[in-house]
Design a binder for this molecule. Structure first.
Ligand code: NAD
Length: 259
C-alpha cells in the first residue's frame, strides 16, 4: 500500500466520517480516525486495519481546542507529516423555527461551525509549520446552500457558516499552498438521518417512510445517498487531481439542489 502520509478525519466513528476514513485508507493515507465517541472511533480504525489499511483511533472533541491539539500531536507522533485534514463531525436537532431553543442553537453552532473553525486553525498552523502546503476538507451540507429545508434553521445557519468559512480560509491560506474545500451532501443514509427521519415524521405528523418518500421525490437520481457517494468526492479533493481547486463547496446530492 502506498504511503501518502497522515489524514485526520473528525466524526470518523459513524456514517459519512467512517466511509471517508475507509476510503482515504484505501487511497494510501494513514488515517487518524477521530471522534468524541472513543468506542466508535476504535471500531472504524479496527475495520480499516482488518482491510489491510493503516489507522489508529484518537479521541477528539471538535469543540475543545486542547482535545484537537492533543489528538493531532499523537497522530503526528504515530504517522508523521499531516497531509489532509477532514472536518466532518456534525450534529443536528430538528424543530420549528419559532420553537427553537438557545440550547439547540448553541449545540448545532458549536459543533458544526465553531468545530470547523477550531479544527481548521489547528490543522492550518500545522501545515504552515511543515511548510509543504496541505488540504483541508469540510463536510458542509445541502443545508449550507439552501435555507428551504424543514425544521433545521439553526443547522442551516451552522452549515452556511461552514460554506462561508471554506471560502474565507481558502482565500487566506492559499499563500501557504493550503487548499480548503467542502462537500455538500444531500439525504444520506446514516445514523444522523435515522434520527432525523423520526423527528421529522413527528413534526409533520406522518411516518418515517413517508418522509423518505418526500426525500426521494426531491432527488432526480431517485435513491438515498450513501456515505460512499460522499467519500468518493472527498477522496478526489484529497488527491493531487484537485490541487488547483480551492474555496469550493461541491454539491453531492443526486440533483436535489443544483447551483
Ligand atoms: N446524513 C445526512 O443526510 C447529512 C447530509 C448533509 C450533511 N451531513 C453532515 O455530514 C457529517 C456527518 O454526518 P453523519 O450523517 O455521518 O452523522 P452521524 O451522526 O452518523 O456521525 C457523526 C459523528 O460525529 C461525531 N461527533 C458528534 N459531535 C462531535 C464532537 N463534538 N466532536 C467530534 N465528533 C463528534 C459523532 O460521535 C458521530 O460519530 C455532519 O457534519 C453532518 O452535518 C449529513
Amino acid at each position: 500500500m502506498s504511503d501518502k502520509g497522515l489524514a485526520v478525519v473528525t466524526g470518523a466513528g459513524s456514517g459519512i466520517g467512517r466511509a471517508i476514513a475507509r476510503r482515504l485508507a484505501e487511497d494510501g493515507f494513514a488515517v487518524a480516525a477521530t471522534d468524541v465517541n472513543e468506542a466508535a472511533a476504535k471500531e472504524t480504525a479496527a475495520d480499516i486495519i482488518s482491510r489491510g489499511g493503516r489507522a489508529e483511533a484518537f479521541v477528539l472533541d471538535v469543540t475543545d481546542r486542547g482535545s484537537i491539539e492533543r489528538a493531532l500531536e499523537q497522530a503526528l507522533a504515530r504517522f508523521g507529516e499531516l497531509k489532509v485534514w477532514v472536518s466532518n463531525a456534525g450534529v443536528s436537532t430538528m424543530n420549528h423555527f419559532i420553537d427553537l431553543t438557545e440550547e439547540e442553537w448553541d449545540f448545532n453552532l458549536n459543533v458544526n461551525a465553531k468545530g470547523v473553525f477550531l479544527c481548521g486553525q489547528v490543522a492550518a498552523r500545522q501545515f504552515i509549520r511543515q511548510g509543504n502546503g496541505g488540504k483541508i476538507i469540510h463536510t458542509a451540507s445541502l443545508a449550507g446552500k439552501r435555507g428551504a429545508v424543514p425544521f433545521l434553521a439553526h443547522y442551516v445557519a451552522s452549515k452556511f457558516a461552514v460554506v462561508g468559512l471554506t471560502q474565507a480560509m481558502a482565500y487566506e491560506l492559499a499563500k501557504h499552498r493550503i487548499t480548503v474545500n467542502a462537500v455538500c451532501p444531500g439525504y444520506v443514509a446514516t445514523p444522523m438521518q435515522e434520527r432525523e427521519l423520526a423527528w421529522e415524521a413527528k413534526l409533520r405528523e406522518t411516518t418515517p417512510d413517508k418522509v423518505v418518500e418526500l426525500m426521494l421525490g426531491e432527488t432526480p437520481l431517485r435513491r438515498l445517498e450513501t456515505p460512499e457517494d460522499v467519500a468518493r468526492v472527498v477522496s478526489f479533493l484529497a488527491s493531487e487531481d484537485a490541487d488547483f481547486i480551492t474555496g469550493e463547496s461541491i454539491a453531492v446530492n443526486g440533483g436535489v439542489y443544483m447551483d
